[in-house]
Design a protein around this ligand. Structure first.
Ligand SMILES: [Zn+2]
Ligand SMILES: [Zn+2]
Length: 295
């Protein structure tokens, strides 16, 4: 799917604006990267061939701009988390196989599994696998797909995560534990010449235990539910604030930082103080629904 295709889709779907008003009039992050070429990081811009689409960039509940956590690499049939944005995957689904990786079983990350019937309809997908920690998969099976809640057998296989999961195109997925009520997993995805880490629902510190696990990735997709002024609330709920996330990105020497899982109650154009984040780690952007990230 090209950037123009997404722009067109977003334009038609006016009730879900693809951009916050502080963003330039496109959702193609490559254009944002042009600003960064001044910072000698243009190799990220020049070599970008893999594409991650941010389908949902908030947590807890959707709001008028954002759906809850769901990220897709359409060319490889990979989806990270299954929040309320999952229904949007239908627009991008083009592979005969689909792998969905769950970080944990909180509803804002799994509710979209019940939308898969629609996502898959007439799509000729021969295999769908939902990967996750065994206890989280068991909870989803027992509760989300309890007959009284959802009376249709889900059209996919649940598979407990192996330590390393092979991905299409010679990639490998690895995972690491994060601190969050009930526990959650961070993911790192590596292909020759491309890498991505997804860290959500945890309280970041500048020297977090998972620093080595995300070191050097091209793109770090990290949650940042709250601004620094809400650090107490963040710690209480197992979420992150701006400064430690930016410091972690700097210390882990990642290529770029994309902030996601933004508080759905925050209505400001700049809910996380991007200037403060960029003072620490300049290559930081605020993620938004429909954003495309090349890496
Ligand atoms: Zn969440
Ligand atoms: Zn959670």
């Amino acid at each position: 799917m090209t950037g123009s295709g997404i722009r067109g889709a977003a334009a038609k779907n006016a009730k879900w604006p693809s951009l916050s008003r502080s963003q330039p009039p496109t959702c193609y992050i490559g254009l944002l990267d042009k600003a960064w070429t001044h910072e000698a990081d243009n190799h990220f811009w020049l070599r970008g061939t893999m594409k991650l689409i941010l389908l949902g960039t908030t947590g807890y509940h959707p709001n008028d701009q954002r759906h809850t956590a769901c990220f897709m690499i359409p060319e490889l049939g990979i989806i990270l988390d299954a929040g309320t944005a999952m229904y949007r995957a239908r627009k991008f689904l083009r592979t005969p196989e689909l792998d969905v990786f769950l970080t944990h079983a909180h509803l804002d990350h799994v509710i979209g599994l019940t939308f898969l019937l629609d996502v898959l309809q007439n799509k000729n997908v021969r295999r769908v696998t939902v990967h996750g920690a065994p206890d989280k998969l068991a909870a989803v099976k027992e509760h989300l797909f309890a007959e009284l809640l959802f009376p249709v057998k889900p059209p996919f296989e649940f598979r407990p995560l192996a330590p390393r999961v092979p991905l299409a195109s010679g990639g490998t997925l690895t995972h690491f534990p994060l601190q969050h009520p009930g526990g959650t997993l961070g993911y790192r995805l590596d292909w020759p010449g491309h890498s991505l880490a997804y860290v959500t629902d945890t309280t970041a510190t500048n020297n977090a235990a998972y620093l080595n696990a995300i070191a050097g990735v091209d793109v770090l997709l990290h949650e940042c539910n709250f601004p620094d002024t809400m650090a107490e609330m963040a710690a209480l709920t197992g979420h992150s604030v701006t400064t430690p996330v930016a410091e972690l990105a700097r210390n882990a020497q990642v290529g770029r930082l994309v902030l996601v899982h933004v508080d759905p109650a925050a209505e400001e154009e700049d809910p996380l103080n991007l200037e403060a984040a960029r003072a620490i780690f300049p290559r930081t952007v605020l993620g938004y629904d429909w954003m495309e990230v090349d890496f």
